[in-house]
Design a binder for this molecule. Structure first.
Ligand code: ADP
Ligand code: MG
Length: 697
């Protein structure tokens, strides 16, 4: 159904084909509807002026009235910089330009007062604004509207006079023609219950707010709506899934009882017991399990997985466990084989490096049902891998797998979808989990096995390296092992490799008495594995590596994790890395090495790591620093497509919207009642763009 909102934007007043083409290309905006949803990313209060002494780093853009004392250009031709020193009656600051210098310099007159506008940053003790907007004070007109919308724009748009002001002018025309056409999308009952303003008013006020209160309401309404439809879609899928996806009934516990009695090497934590109960509840329910287990590194997810495997095998089904890397698959295989052997179960490993002849045998044994447990990498997904009766599929560290890949697992049992258990060591804040995995059931292992000593984390500068080396030596002499990790950023692989090699050499020079391993992404899987194994066995004392070791590897004797260039890692990555140590009974340490100058965000990341070991707390900070778009898994989930709502800040609105969606579905599961027609239409529209959520795991 085509509507007014599908009209191409080139027909809009003041637009024309050229500008429209730019909107298409630069912003991916084609229609009235899309443009109308191009919301301002902030509003400017151009009635407020700051004194230089009032500035602080937390301020966004500010206006300062000041005069210029001196202008100078520094640096060579390649990295030229223009600096203007400005002052008011309270202090001094700087303005800098890196581009368009010849053009700017002409405007920088000494004498008259200007209004400068931009984001203040602190360098040393002085504030500086890079590329400020500027206007002579004499020409500044008094602003009528106290909240001007600011739209993000691009160089190319700006070149065609589509800066924020230009976009705002076009938006004015659009809002005028669109206003009478805007229809309500939420049911009346919800609007009343949550005191929302109408869609019509919200859309107008979000672009051209009349006062702060109504702007607040407009934002609330639009955020609510955005969350509401995402949640509604997810909940509806979950409803459909639980209704339609029959699950094999796996309710036998013979092996489990035997294992508990005879072989369980430690007492399960309360959290592990709870999660086992939750998973068992699903497996015996007759509905397909689709459960995510979140648990910090070292919280003991593998044991929970094995227990579920025992239930499945007791009940006559086969099981698979898929890991993202060969190293990890190997390790899982080794760890679980020990238990499987004790229990008399047949287990095998299938990866890219499995020999052809072995592969063939494995394929046959899976098909005949002789193999109870198969551990592997992506190799498990190949079509040739067929089971007699796959009952349980476990996916470790799920963010490494694409949605489509995981969906392939589902196809491996014709009669029933296998029960699916996804394990992740990336703690996700509740708000994000509700959106990312809204159609999965979530279990959390929020307790560490007893007797673990919390890892001590410190931040050290490069100049302290000798001391750090001294510490490493002491630890190794006490019998421990040490990781030294270097960042790997894809864009400059060669540079990173050089960095790693340099580091390796300097460590070899510093510790000629110890055998040292090195592992990086450019090595063949076999060589990687060989080195990794040497370290696991304790033959080598130091493991120099890139982030290949990030995921899951377990070397209980390793007690020190050194992260080089720690400022280049994200928080969740640092936390993952730290999780490699602290797995044994000894006190463990994490040393974050950085250069001396650090950005504000880097500092917050490092301070957070030093302050806490709690993965969920870290994930929260991460979400606040980076916004949800950058977090693992969010790109493919469509969360990054949220236009106005922000998962890191709008958790309360999300909760309300989810409640509203739940209530609606309780009253009208099919959304077939007349007052919900509009809602149904909205979800259907959304679906066209979204991935198939029912197959996320
Ligand atoms: P992760 O959740 O990171 O996958 P693992 O399953 O690898 O953690 O467990 C980390 C270590 O803790 C392993 O050596 C495992 O044997 C041990 N472990 C797991 N559960 C317990 C427990 N309840 N008590 C003591 N040690 C445990
Ligand atoms: Mg693990």
């Amino acid at each position: 159904m085509s509507s007014f909102f599908d009209t191409k934007i080139e027909y809009l007043r003041g637009m024309g084909p050229q500008k429209a083409a730019l909107f298409n290309k630069e912003l991916n905006i084609f229609t009235y509807g899309e443009l109308l949803q191009y919301y301002p990313f902030r509003y400017e209060d151009r009635t407020k002026f700051y004194k230089i002494i009032e500035l602080n780093e937390d301020l966004e853009n500010v206006q300062v009235i000041a005069k210029i004392r001196k202008v100078e250009t520094i640096g060579d031709a390649r990295r030229k910089r223009l600096i203007a020193y400005i002052y008011d009656e309270t202090g001094e600051m700087e303005l800098t330009w890196f581009k368009g210098i010849q053009w700017v310099v002409k405007k920088l007159l000494i004498g008259p007062a200007f209004v400068f506008y931009g984001k203040p940053n602190k360098y040393g003790r002085k504030f500086s604004i890079a590329h400020p907007e500027m206007e002579p004070l004499s020409q500044v007109q008094e602003e009528k509207s106290f909240f001007q919308p600011v739209y993000s724009t691009t160089e190319k748009l700006r070149a065609k006079y589509l800066d924020s002001k230009g976009i705002s002018r076009i938006m004015e025309g659009l809002v005028q023609v669109a206003y009478p056409q805007i229809q309500e999308t939420l049911p009346m009952e919800i609007i009343q219950r949550f005191s929302l303003i109408s869609k019509q008013i919200a859309l107008k006020q979000i672009h051209f707010p009349e006062n702060p209160e109504i702007l607040q309401k407009a934002r609330f309404r639009l955020k609510f709506e955005e969350f509401f439809f995402v949640q509604l879609r997810l909940l509806k899928l979950k409803l459909t899934r639980t209704e339609k996806s029959k699950g094999q009934i796996l309710n036998q516990t013979e092996l489990l009882t035997k294992f508990y009695k005879e072989h369980l090497p430690f007492e399960l934590t309360e959290a592990q017991k709870r999660v086992v109960r939750e998973a068992f509840g699903d497996m015996k329910s007759g509905k397909q399990m689709n459960r995510l287990i979140q648990g910090d590194v070292g919280s003991g997810k593998t044991m929970v997985a094995f227990i579920c495997i025992l239930i499945a095998v007791s009940s006559g089904a086969q099981t698979c466990l898929m890991a993202p890397t060969e190293i990890l698959a190997n390790q899982h295989h080794e760890g679980l084989k020990e238990y499987a052997d004790l229990m008399g179960l047949r287990i095998a490993l299938l990866t890219g490096s499995t020999k052809k002849s072995t592969r063939k045998i494995i394929h046959e044994m899976l098909l005949s049902g002789d193999l109870h447990i198969i551990i592997g990498t992506h190799a498990l997904l190949e079509d040739i891998v067929q089971f007699k009766n796959l009952g349980l599929a476990i996916v470790d560290e799920q963010h490494r797998f694409g949605v489509a890949q995981r969906a392939k697992l589902w196809a491996k049992n014709e009669q029933y979808f296998p029960h699916v258990l996804v394990m992740t060591a990336t703690p996700i804040p509740r708000t994000l989990a509700m959106t990312l995995y809204g159609d999965l059931d979530i279990s959390v292992i929020d307790e560490m096995p007893k007797g673990r000593k919390p890892i001590q984390t410190v931040h050290r500068y490069d100049k302290d390296r000798l001391k750090v080396f001294g510490f490493i030596r002491k630890q190794i002499l006490e019998g421990r092992q040490v990781y030294v990790v270097y960042p790997l950023i894809e864009e400059s692989e060669t540079l990173d490799l050089k960095n790693l090699m340099d580091g390796y050499e300097s460590i070899c020079r510093a510790f000629p008495e110890f055998p040292i391993s090195i592992v990086h992404g450019n090595m063949k899987a076999m060589d990687k594995d060989f080195e990794m194994q040497r370290f696991v066995k304790g033959e080598t004392k130091i493991m120099v590596a890139t982030t290949v070791i990030e995921v899951g590897v377990n070397v209980p004797n390793a007690s020190v994790m050194i992260v080089e260039n720690a400022e280049r890692f994200g928080l969740s990555q640092l936390h993952q890395l730290r999780g490699r140590v602290g797995r044994g009974a000894d006190q463990s340490y994490c040393i974050l090495m950085t250069k001396y100058e650090l950005s504000k965000d880097s500092r917050i990341r490092l301070q957070t790591m030093v302050r806490t070991n709690n993965g969920f707390e870290i994930a929260d900070v991460d979400l606040k620093l980076r916004g949800p778009g950058d977090l693992m898994g969010t790109q493919q989930s469509g969360v990054a497509d949220l236009l106005i709502a922000d998962l890191s800040k709008d958790a309360p609105i999300l909760t309300m919207a989810r409640d509203a969606a739940q209530l609606l579905l309780q009253e009208d599961p099919e959304l077939s009642q007349p007052q919900n027609t509009m809602v149904l239409r909205q979800i259907k529209n959304q679906k066209k763009h979204a991935i198939n959520w029912s197959r996320i795991s």
